[in-house]
Design a protein around this ligand. Structure first.
Ligand code: 5GP
Length: 201
């Protein structure tokens, strides 16, 4: 099966990763969001099957044990996983995939798909990240401190990634993100079949 671009995006909570991903998905119709499975509760107006497939812990563990996930991880006390079937279906449709996952998942996907492209979204500085987390106004001091510590840990994994995008000015971050995706489509391994045809013609 021909493989499309696998664009993995990680970044701490509050860094603006979802907004960046949403903007790239709007701009690039070939790119599709990989909808993960999770055991966390549905928030507000989240629709099952759109942001996530919401499942019970029992069903998640059953899927995991049956080898249904290309990667899975426990994040903030909940399970999250990427289904192999979702990846294969998307490639069958000739589309590219965007994974909004945590660094543990990124590490596993990199092993399964070494030709994937991995991007870490970082804040311009830690004060800005703290302000953004406080700006939400919904979390307690304890939760904010926990998220900041988790953010430092996630950012310290930067060597796992091909690119680090600083999300200070959103417009600049988006153009860097777009350039990375556009370049990934010309990756040597994705062009292998085409190159072989060219050389045999
Ligand atoms: P949230 O529950 O706020 O939507 O996501 C919490 C964290 O879980 C985010 O860092 C998000 O990127 C990560 N996440 C979402 N889906 C997956 C997944 O399928 N696998 C892994 N490893 N992490 C995920």
């Amino acid at each position: 099966m021909a493989q499309g671009v696998l664009l993995i995006v990680c970044g701490p909570s509050g860094v603006g990763k979802s907004t960046l991903c949403g903007a790239l998905l709007d701009d690039r119709p070939r790119l599709t969001l990989s909808v993960s499975y999770t055991t966390r509760d549905r928030r507000g107006d989240e629709v099952d099957g759109e942001a996530y497939h919401f499942v019970s812990e029992r069903d998640f563990l059953e899927m995991r044990d049956a080898g249904a996930f290309a990667e899975w991880a426990e994040v903030h006390g909940n399970f999250y996983g990427t289904s192999r079937e979702v990846i294969e279906d998307t490639f069958r449709q000739g589309k590219d995939l965007l994974f909004d996952i945590d660094y543990q998942g990124a590490r596993q996907l990199r092993t399964v798909y070494p030709d994937s492209t991995a991007v870490l979204v970082a804040p311009p500085d830690m004060e800005t990240l703290e302000e953004r987390l406080r700006g939400r106004g919904t979390d307690s001091e304890e939760v904010i401190q926990r998220r900041l510590a988790a953010a430092r840990h996630e950012l310290s994994q930067y060597e796992l990634f091909d690119y680090v995008v600083e999300n200070g000015a959103f417009k600049h971050a988006l153009s860097a993100f777009r350039a990375i995706y556009d370049a990934a489509q010309h990756g040597r391994s994705l062009r292998k079949g085409w190159m072989e045809e060219l050389l045999n013609s």
